[in-house]
Design a protein around this ligand. Sequence first.
Ligand SMILES: Cc1ncc(COP(=O)(O)O)c(C=O)c1O
Length: 476
Amino acid sequence: MTDRLRATSSSGIGCKGKERVAAIAGHICPIAGGPGDREGDRGGGGGGGEVSRFDEVSLLAAMASEEVHCAPISAWAKLAQAPEDPILGVTVAYNRDPNPVKLNLGVGAYRTDEGKPYVLHVVRRAEAALVGDRSRNKEYLPIVGLAAFNKLSRALAFGADHPAVLSNRIATVQCLSGTGSLRVGAEFMAQHYHTPVIYVPVPTWGNHNKVFPKAGLKLLTYRYYDPATRGLNFAGMIDDLQAAPDGAVILLHACAHNPTGVDPLPEQWDAIRQVIRAKRQLPFFDSAYQGFASGDLDVDAYSLRSFAADGGEMALAQSFAKNMGLYGERVGALSMVCATPEAARLVEGQLKLVIRPMYSSPPLHGAAIVATVLGDEKLFQEWKVELKGMADRIIDMREKLYQALVARGTPGNWTHILKQIGMFTFTGLNKTQVDFMREKYHVYMTGDGRISMAGLSTSTVPRLANAIDDAVRNVA
Ligand SMILES: Cc1ncc(COP(=O)(O)O)c(C=O)c1O
């Protein structure tokens, strides 16, 4: 046994005697600072650092009585290298790039026309009011979160006087932004829904493909985007929904579909709803961009409200990351619209059982900001103006980029830049072209050719247009 014990450098990790004995029993713990580490004991005899000359019993006794060191052999040493997240990894690569003119269009976060992150004025004002209010404290929120936030979020999505809201048929729980709301909703469905299968559009936000299977739902897809028209494959979508099993969960982007920027028209939404209702499927809306698509909160809620109006059940994951610029505050809500108030009460109880062992209760600060803004008529009106300002700047970037490509005579039809909605343009550039633009122009976007229009500014449009023009002309 002793030949497995090796002296090592004193940079080893601290390790108490008892643990060390246990580690030796598992044949993994080398020694430093113990008898075998003494200079005089190392020399001669070959195998410098070997402790074969030591009596095992006294060694163990010594180990048990004093603090010794384990070599830095990690239990995780054999882990596979994890790949970077395909979306967040773009920012990692961007941050590593020393080029001063680099441009990050990968991350879905709003930037000013100066290219700077933007904290909304109403958010600053709400925060100032919160900080100045000495009656506030930092106690835990309940498992379901801040009651005022839940009520106001629900009203924002469905309308304050919506029958489902007024009749208490909606169970709302505050969650960790949009992702957390999706995850809690999915876990709940995996445990309690009779058909734990979810259909997502192709393509969809990359994290959907991970969140739902992790939560225990079987993931399947329906056709959504048509690369030929760079628009909606409406017929394909309807066919696939028809072919999906009765009762399946259908993931729908409420507005500003990510990554394509392609949304159904209102009449198309009505047809989609009819199929889903006829098949008693469960619509699960992901609303990460309310107000960001058109600049109008009500216009962007059309899909949600039309589904809620027909009395059928549905789920909604809501995020305030983009529309209130609260990315890092992680504030969102899951609402389950139920057929009866009694069902909503039961659902809420089970959602608490999902949340409690997951993260216990949600964070306070972001929810308090949202509740302050939504609950104060003056701040609410100001928010709408700021939101419209953000949406308009994005629309302006669409126009500028389109004009810049037309001015360069860039081969191809670029009208989809104008037609697509919300934060992103799905350019149609392929992976080789994307890589080329990163290498030569230091322009960063996701591998599928998606660019965040919110990351573009008047001064960076020409560079992006040059890069696209070069890629389209010279890279297949
Ligand atoms: C479609 C979609 N859903 C959900 C999210 C979740 O965002 P968050 O968890 O930051 O609210 C995003 C963010 O990019 C998104 O694009």
